[in-house]
Design a binder for this molecule. Structure first.
Ligand code: T4K
Length: 368
């Protein structure tokens, strides 16, 4: 394959439509700080996702940082090590301690049966991640949180438009955080959002992302500058138009992969979950010992053939220098997370990926 195929490729809005939006922005000279595009994007996105309150952000990491600040989280936060570093970094940036909980072996989400044993008098929140867009068992998390009076913030960076029994997964927990980075299902180049469930919380989050300003002269907290600008908002508004088709294309690609990779000894992947509307954000495969080569050998074979899959999420966060001295990072407490991190390759998936390209990738895996 002469062409390089990456793990993902962003889909962009129609350039001539975006140019029209840019012309409006140029005329108005209103570039950021809750402009008209920002207001409209918040409204349309909330409608599209089926949620009540959205606060837009410049990126998902600033949204995560702010979500912990907004709920006054202190002490220890139970989370997963099997995620992108931003999840744990946001806990650290708030001077809190991440406590890593092991994951379940099928979808790679936090193992709800292992959460309670990690709760101490310092625990104030649980921060699960809907990894690859597969929903965490939100009902069980809610029961644990109620029992121990903990807050729940979902890192929903991968879970754009994911629904469970027709209801957005973003409606669970105290807050959910989205990422609209260019590598995500829905992108605003960089971008993110916090989903909240009442007006007061949204107001508080909106203050926090604007340095803590409530109005011209009142600063309510040491907030940050997390604002999304008008160019990102205008771009995002156009993205809503085509996102359904894009998710449909991802679904088709997933089904082709599943068909072509079926019955290869040592190559595993998960099935859809009953009652869940998936977004097909990633296509991870897990390479076990029965496969004819190691995970890294396959990763390098693909790479030498111009297929740039990614080992999301390797190395495991609990094994990187910043976190590995934490008591909860002990490898003996995280056997499943360590195992999946050593088995995973996320194969390329994006709406423009062609059927011949998928066949080429699968033939390399089959050894043809
Ligand atoms: N929580 C979770 C669970 C997350 O996964 C993330 C982000 C966050 C929180 C934080 O949200 P943000 O603050 O990012 O909004 C990427 C992304 O940078 C990161 O957003 C994402 N997770 C993570 C899973 O993946 P890298 O270092 O792997 O990205 P990069 O630049 O290597 O891109 C991957 C491939 O995508 C490239 O090889 C080619 C293609 N690509 C990339 C870009 C940026 C393009 O074709 N066009 C592009 O513009 O982290």
């Amino acid at each position: 394959m002469n062409k390089k195929i990456y793990v993902t490729q962003p889909t962009l809005p129609d350039l001539s439509e975006f140019t029209k939006s840019l012309e409006q922005i140029w005329k108005s000279k209103w570039l950021t700080n809750n402009g008209l595009f920002h207001q409209e994007f918040e409204k349309k996105l909330a409608e599209f996702l089926g949620v009540q309150y959205i606060s837009l952000f410049a990126n998902g990491t600033l949204a995560l940082l702010t979500s912990l600040q907004a709920l006054d989280i202190t002490g220890e936060v139970i989370t997963t090590p099997y995620t992108f570093v931003a999840t744990a970094h946001s806990i650290m940036w708030n001077n809190l301690t991440p406590v890593f909980c092991d994951i379940e072996p099928v979808y790679g989400n936090i193992d709800i049966n292992k959460i309670e044993q990690l709760i101490t008098e310092k625990t104030t929140a649980i921060l699960p991640v809907h990894v690859y867009g597969n929903p965490v068992d939100v009902e069980k998390i809610e029961l644990i949180a109620q029992k121990h009076k903990l807050k729940v913030i979902y890192d929903a960076a991968h879970a754009f438009n994911v629904k469970k029994d027709g209801n957005s997964i973003l409606n669970y927990g105290d807050l959910s955080v989205l990422s609209f980075h260019s590598t995500k299902v829905f992108n605003t180049i960089e971008g993110g959002a916090i989903i909240s469930h009442n007006k007061e919380t949204k107001q508080h989050i909106d203050d926090l992302k604007n340095f803590g300003f409530r109005n011209e002269t009142t600063v309510v907290a040491a907030g940050i500058n997390g604002k999304m600008n008008e160019l990102q908002a205008a771009y995002g508004l156009l993205q809503i138009k085509n996102i359904k088709n894009q998710i449909e294309s991802r679904k088709k690609i997933t089904n082709i992969y599943r068909q072509l990779l079926n019955n290869i000894i040592g190559i595993n992947f998960y099935k859809n979950i009953d009652g869940v509307e998936h977004n097909y954000a990633y296509f991870p495969i897990f390479i076990s010992d029965e496969y004819k080569m190691s995970r890294d050998e396959l990763y390098n074979l693909l790479k030498s053939n111009n297929i740039f899959g990614r080992r999301y999420f390797y190395p495991l966060i609990s094994n990187i220098p910043t976190y590995k001295e934490l008591p909860s990072s002990n490898i003996n407490n995280l056997p499943v997370a360590n195992k999946l991190a050593n088995q995973v390759i996320c194969l390329p998936i994006y709406p423009d990926l062609q059927e011949e390209e998928i066949m080429y990738i699968c033939n390399l895996i089959k050894g043809k």
